[in-house]
Design a protein around this ligand. Structure first.
Ligand code: GAL
Length: 379
């Protein structure tokens, strides 16, 4: 007859010890700050790919400001373009008990494991600006990125309908880079099919690095014996690299160049005439909307999505905002009027008498609008 005392009771003791240790630990981890502290104090984890580009600094500041207006705390982590670091930082934010995770992925595929981990801990996830693939984020909020690409190509085609074109795309790890390129090709297709436009170089800039864009532009200028009419650069950083290569060949201002992000150096190049345009994405709207939705998700409130984007696994509920074309003729009425960039900084290298006459009224109206907007939001 087997003597139960020998194994049964010690087993019961062992199992209850395991349960007490891990069972309870697990439930604590699954509870975000709200649940754990019982306070209405929302804690948001903001996991960023990088702060290298100027725009991300705007996004961070505007997001944090809106979240704090709503009484939330934001823990910000930037991974400097490293996937391993971003995954570790996201795990760290989850361990700190964030109620919701907002992620700007360095790599849209690799970041899927961040979403999976958060979902296992019942922490909702927002994919911010860049889509996270093959996972189940609760919301994707960005701009109409295909339209960005169409705007870039169309703008250059209107000014250089025939000739050799160079395409300098963004980071292949960034799903947005693919969407920009798909919009660009959509716009260029008919002119390519008619033989009016020839793509002499079709490149991608690792990590959106200006140095990569410089290298690609130098090579394509050499290969085409400087016979290039336009460079479709996918953002302002890569446009800056390409324009440096044009300057080396004394072609800056003679070749049309696109951009994106309305970075200050890019706006100064547009005023100087070496860059043709940029695509402005009012990140204030994006950051504010994302902060508001993050707080709602943390409180398990219903959120609003206006479309869906398929990420290879699900149709992700999405909000896609509208981009704006900016060139030397509308800088004042767009980025300056929005207070996204300061007029005096944009025109820093231009004699004062050549600055655009800004109607005082316009600026005041905008300030009033901003305040009204801000007041409205807090209602
Ligand atoms: C993209 C973003 C662009 C640009 C780029 C480089 O994902 O949509 O605005 O900034 O990253 O950071």
């Amino acid at each position: 007859m087997i003597d139960k005392r020998k194994w049964f009771y010690p087993l019961v003791i062992l199992l209850s010890f395991v349960f007490l240790t891990f069972g309870t630990g697990c439930t604590n981890k699954q509870q975000g700050n709200i649940a754990k502290t019982g306070s209405g104090h929302v804690r948001i984890g903001l996991s960023m790919d990088t702060l290298k580009e100027e725009r991300w600094q705007h996004d961070r500041d505007l997001f944090v400001a809106r979240a704090q207006e709503l009484g939330a705390e934001v823990l910000v982590q930037a991974a400097n373009g490293d996937d391993k670091t971003q995954n570790q930082q996201a795990e760290n934010l989850l361990t700190q008990g964030v109620d919701v995770l907002v992620v700007i992925p360095h790599n849209g595929e690799v970041a899927a494991s961040i979403v999976d981990s958060a979902k296992r801990q019942n922490v909702p996830v927002i994919a911010y600006d860049r889509l996270i693939r093959n996972s189940e984020p609760d919301l994707y909020i960005s701009f109409d990125n295909e339209k960005v690409g169409e705007m870039q190509a169309h703008y250059l085609m209107e000014r250089a309908p025939k000739g050799n074109y160079v395409l300098i795309g963004g980071a292949p790890t960034d799903n947005n880079a693919m969407m920009f390129r798909s919009g660009q090709m959509k716009a260029l297709k008919s002119s390519i099919d008619h033989g009016d436009i020839k793509i002499v170089a079709n490149e991608w800039a690792r990590d959106w690095l200006a140095s990569e864009a410089l290298k690609h532009a130098e090579n394509s200028l050499t290969l085409s014996n400087n016979d290039i009419v336009a460079i479709v650069a996918s953002n302002d950083a890569t446009a800056g690299g390409a324009i440096q290569a044009l300057e080396e060949q004394k072609l800056a201002g003679k070749v049309f160049v696109s951009g994106q992000d309305a970075d200050l150096p890019a706006l100064q190049r547009i005023v100087a005439g070496t860059q043709s345009m940029t695509v402005y994405k009012p990140v204030a709207l994006l950051a504010r909307r994302a902060a508001e939705t993050a707080v709602s998700l943390a409180k398990h409130e219903k959120i609003e999505a206006t479309s869906t984007v398929n990420n290879g696994k699900i149709d992700v509920p999405s909000v896609l905002l509208q981009p704006v074309i900016v060139d030397k003729d509308n800088i004042v009425d767009t980025v300056a009027k929005d207070g996204y960039q300061k007029l005096e900084e944009i025109y820093k290298n231009v004699p004062r008498e050549k600055w655009p006459q800004v109607k005082k009224i316009a600026l005041n109206t905008r300030k009033r609008e901003n305040n009204r907007f801000r007041r409205a939001d807090m209602m």
